[in-house]
Design a protein. Structure first.
Length: 389
């Protein structure tokens, strides 16, 4: 076994881990990034990411938004409705002095730009094809054991950051997770429509579950369709024409007929969060720390705010105190409210809009109508979705 020491080791070279590393290196703080995939393996990943306006500001801080903007589609309007009722609400960026409410771009585009930027900085050591197998910690340091190309390595560090996207590595670190299974799946794909999207995103609630249609490209939309597994799983077996017919029946005519659909994929939905634990020299961020229902597109943006706040905490800490119990206690306290509110908000939306309890449909319709005219509440929601505050 080859053993070395580093100050800060980030386990997970996805967007959250890379953003943390870039935020640090911009302030001359070195880090080592361990990534299980081969470098560049995710460059062609077409999955859509919904970025908040606040996330754009983080990426501007890194100096990479201009490179990303050519791949991003702005969301200028969000249209919220409930199937079978007249209740609806509309949010517009111009009402809140924002250029956009959010943006949609592919995971691959973000990954490529972040990866290219990282390679400009020799202070960042990016180790690909590194499979982390164990993480231990004590009052003095954290230790990460990983394998790469048949060899086993050990890294001792002041601070180990687990940002592996929730790949269950927390079990190797002795952490425990609280999980709520929704019993629902999400289907994701990309569709084209008869009418242009005009940079409008749609959140459509049905009794089976919410669906989101996000502008992505000149005329295309990224679709997230959620519901019980028994409803969603058969959608994979339909022909394209049958699928588009069923989707149109649920969504309605706001963008005309749906013309094409790309490859469909599904995954199970859950709400989960790591239990609070005193782990000196080890911290968990992003989806590895909390997983949210995709309704309202909060999860990825909460993860990037984790990275931003942790980077600031590191910058404000004396070099010899990085990773100490005091530093990490302060970080966790600073993130508690944002994370808790994101989990509660998405869970509330799923519970209140995804059932057929007698009388609820009328109440939901009335609630959407009232929400549309109560401007302070809308302003609070937009700020929460944009900045987490």
């Amino acid at each position: 076994m080859i053993s070395t020491s580093e100050n800060i080791v980030i386990v997970g070279g996805g967007p959250v881990g890379m953003v943390l590393s870039l935020l640090l290196v911009k302030h001359n703080i070195a880090s080592t990034v361990l990534e299980v995939r081969k470098q560049g393996a995710a460059n062609q990943d077409t999955r859509a990411l919904a970025l908040s306006y606040g996330t754009r500001r983080i990426l501007e801080k890194l100096g990479i938004w201009q490179s990303l903007s050519v791949y991003a589609t702005a969301i200028n309007t969000i249209h919220v409705s409930q199937k079978g009722s007249l209740g609806r609400s509309v949010l517009q960026a111009s009402d809140y002095q924002q250029e956009a409410l959010g943006y949609v771009l592919s995971y691959g585009a973000l990954y490529t730009v972040l990866n290219t930027e990282l390679q400009r900085f020799p202070m960042v050591k990016f180790i690909d094809e590194a499979q982390a197998e164990a993480i231990t910690y004590d009052a003095n340091q954290a230790t990460i054991r990983y394998s790469r190309q048949g060899e086993v390595f050990q890294l001792n560090c002041q601070l180990a950051v687990l940002a592996d996207g929730g790949r269950s590595l927390e079990e190797a670190a002795g952490l425990k997770r609280e999980t709520k299974e929704y019993g629902h799946d999400a289907l994701i794909t990309k569709v084209s429509a008869e009418l242009p999207h005009h940079n409008v995103a749609y959140e459509r609630f049905t009794s089976d579950g919410p669906m989101a249609l996000l502008p992505n490209g000149e005329r295309d939309f990224s679709l997230v369709w959620t519901g019980k597994k028994a409803l969603i799983a058969p959608l994979l077996d339909l022909s394209d024409a049958e699928f588009l017919t069923q989707f149109h029946a649920q969504f309605g005519d706001r963008v005309g007929r749906f013309l094409t659909v790309e490859k469909r994929m599904t995954f199970p939905l859950k709400l989960s969060q790591l239990q609070e634990m005193d782990t000196p020299h080890l911290v968990v961020i992003g989806n590895a720390a909390q997983t949210m229902h995709p309704v309202a597109g909060q999860g990825f943006n909460v993860g990037l705010r984790d990275a931003e706040v942790l980077a600031q905490q590191i910058m404000n800490t004396a070099a010899g105190d990085i990773g100490t119990k005091e530093m990490l206690t302060a970080y966790r306290a600073s993130r508690k409210t944002d994370t808790k509110n994101g989990l509660l908000f998405t869970d509330f939306l799923v519970n209140i809009f995804s059932n057929d309890i007698l009388g609820f449909a009328k109440l939901r319709s009335t609630g959407l109508g009232l929400f549309d005219i109560v401007k302070p509440v809308k302003r609070h929601l937009v700020r929460k979705m944009s900045f987490g505050k």
